[in-house]
Write a protein that binds this ligand. Sequence first.
Ligand code: F6P
Length: 534
Amino acid sequence: MTEIWKRLGDYRDAQGDLRISDLFASNAKRAEDCVTSADGMVFDWSKTTIDAGAIELLLELAAPVALRRDAMFSGERINETEDRAVLHTALRNLEGSVIVEGQDVMPMVRETHRRMSDFARAVRDGGFVGQGGRITDVVNIGIGGSDLGPAMATRALSPWHDGPRVHFVSNVDGADIADTLKGLDPATTLIIVASKTFTTIETMTNAETARNWMTGAVTAPAMQFAALSSASGKTAEWGIDPERVFGFEDWVGGRYSMWGPIGLSLMIAIGPEAFDRFLAGALAMDRHFRSAPDAENLPVMLALVGIWHNQICGYGTRAVLPYDNRLARLPAYLQQLEMESNGKSVAMDGSDLEIVSGPVIWGEPGTNGQHAFYQLIHQGTQIIPCEFMLAARGHEPELAHHHLLLAANCLAQSEALMRGRSLDEARALMRAKGLEGAELERQARHRVFPGNRPSTTLLFPELSPFTLGQIVALYEHRVFVEGVILGINSFDQWGVELGKELALKVAPLLEGKSAPGHDPSTEHLAKLVLQMRS
Ligand code: F6P
């Protein structure tokens, strides 16, 4: 373990049971000092135990980031285990030029963006129709990075959704596609098959089912299919007209792909102009990330706070708590982004990681979560750093009183987590209720909140295409910074392979065939499934 990690660990140990409230008491300007901003977005990390000494050490950790960041933006093959460049940022910098292996890739990116925009407009205004007329419903079939991004963003931007209805099917569970297609008219439905590889079993199975659903109802189902993929050979084999195939290169990773063709369903929903504002928000964050000094750099600071909590303090999970119902799918999106990117135990050079590689990410929108799992966050025995998110304005001016309550709850939660309630305060409460003696003591103890629980707050003016672009790019870069600091490759995902391979080998067992090589438990479970089915 390098010396800086050791110094950080020692520093944390020396803090002992330092209370966050003491940091505010000793620095009257802490609330203003501990915020980092970018283009109207504000990240407040004051309610953490990070003090001046800690931040100094954490910033030392960030030293290698700038070089690696420049290598990423300039198209170097920083995804070393797959020997690929990492250039999802090129998809949102349409004016730029990026040279990969001596060739400017941007004319191709711009051309695809133009074709997507033309197609999205045609679907929206009736220039492209189904056999039964204007497209009323679009079904995006994809999984992981080919689903979570557009599904999350379409929900987040529902006030801008003025195109046809858009649905998302991801799970190989037939219930997903059955429930989605129920009630749709095949003659006015557009199916988008979103798969970078065009081999993913869930997606191809669902695509086949959708094609069967259309066959019989329309004479030429293939005419109502589009594909988003890097595998043009496979989309052609599948019978999708190249005119409706939108391709991208291997330097766009699945979970980083919503900025290009994988965002087509979102573009159809909100229109190309709003989609471009989404790209503009991400581009603004890219520019900030590339130019702001580390101490004022939002992605760098978000990453360092995360590292402080997970790797230094040892808190094993992180709750993402958007106080915005339209961001309901953001925690799921961030789970893939962060956990698939940085959930590794081997460093880039093949050696074992000596540091834990990242927390479990989970969450739900506030205020719903308050009535479900916040109990554990406030009074449980483990500490869970919370990332609150809040738009200053709601989207419905006529419902401003709702938004006021929403915002008040968000701020109150972080205050309560930090402040807590002492035993004396709890006793006073019980005394006021008329209790005394042993019963007062017993009841009071249940009402104690330890407090000193860390949280951060990300504030932005309102949830819009631009701010959503900022948020997603912010988290992408956060993952990148953490990956660089930990010395891992954030852009491969070998960990999903084994389960996929074994699923194909387990399938025969469930058909009652013999399939050697499985462990006794798996064989037994398969037998039970067969018995229960019969
Ligand atoms: O889960 C593994 C993964 O490869 C993700 O990284 C990716 O987003 C998803 O599967 C879907 O892959 P594809 O777009 O090739 O169907």
